[in-house]
Design a protein around this ligand. Structure first.
Ligand code: PRP
Length: 223
């Protein structure tokens, strides 16, 4: 067992990954380029996982925390959805579009709730993306009340908490199952991105580009 995990070799590359499907698809690509992801694939309760041979450590975190770790430089690289990046608005280098995790950011609700036509004084938006919502309706000059939720956002209009939702739509089946429809598209082409800390790109350029170019080559091979 290691004591202080931050006492690492300055050459160690730290990669922050969003737990779940994005991490699994990233491991598939990394393994094909020779990175050992065995420990990271079965972490148990452990939060820092290693490929000692390649001097890479992985941290598995909540998707919305990936930009924070990379922006603070405690992770050199991160893999996270473009939706989360748009919401975080942090100064990170986007090195690569990984192409998976494809979805859209949409406004959805009951067909009649497209704005202005609601009976309340303010238009209520339930979302995990308050910053994106503020920008989207702000540009339209529509005042909104943001109701921040952290999951099952579709419940908002169904249960009368909000007029619409701003959320990601992948297959659309959650909307259909709850009788909701897409009213507007806020952003298309949402996919997983490889992001890099600005200082790491300068100080660990060779190691960072080994990962970025290696992943790009694997993606090309898959096509
Ligand atoms: C996401 C999103 C939608 C759903 C969309 O939720 O917030 O609820 O997936 O997918 P679909 O269009 O294929 O139905 P997620 O599964 O991440 O769970 P959450 O509701 O707990 O955030």
């Amino acid at each position: 067992m290691r004591g202080h995990e931050s006492m690492t070799d300055p050459r160690t590359l730290t990669i922050a990954l969003a737990k779940g499907r994005l991490a699994d698809q990233t491991f598939d690509l990394l393994e094909r380029m020779g990175v050992d992801c065995a420990e990271a694939r079965s972490p148990g309760r452990q939060l820092v996982l290693w490929d000692r041979a390649n001097d890479i450590r992985f941290v598995l975190v909540k998707p919305s925390d990936v930009p924070t770790y990379v922006a603070h430089g405690v992770a050199d690289l991160g893999v996270v959805g473009k939706d989360t990046l748009l919401e975080a608005g942090l100064p990170l280098y986007e090195l690569l579009d990984l192409g998976f995790g494809r979805c859209r950011l949409c406004v959805a609700g009951y067909a009649e709730a497209s704005g202005g036509s609601v009976s309340h004084a303010t238009f209520r938006v339930a979302t995990k993306f308050p910053n994106i919502a503020r920008r989207w309706w702000g540009e339209k000059g529509v005042p909104i009340e943001i109701i921040e939720l952290h999951g099952s956002v579709e419940l908002g209009p169904v249960i009368g908490l909000s007029d619409v939702i701003l959320d990601i739509v992948e297959t659309g089946s959650t909307l259909v199952a709850n009788g909701l429809t897409i009213l507007d598209e806020v952003a298309g082409g949402i996919t997983a991105r490889l992001v890099c800390n600005r200082v790491s790109l300068k100080m660990k350029r060779e190691r960072v580009l080994w990962i970025a170019d290696g992943l790009a080559a694997q993606l090309k091979e898959k096509r």
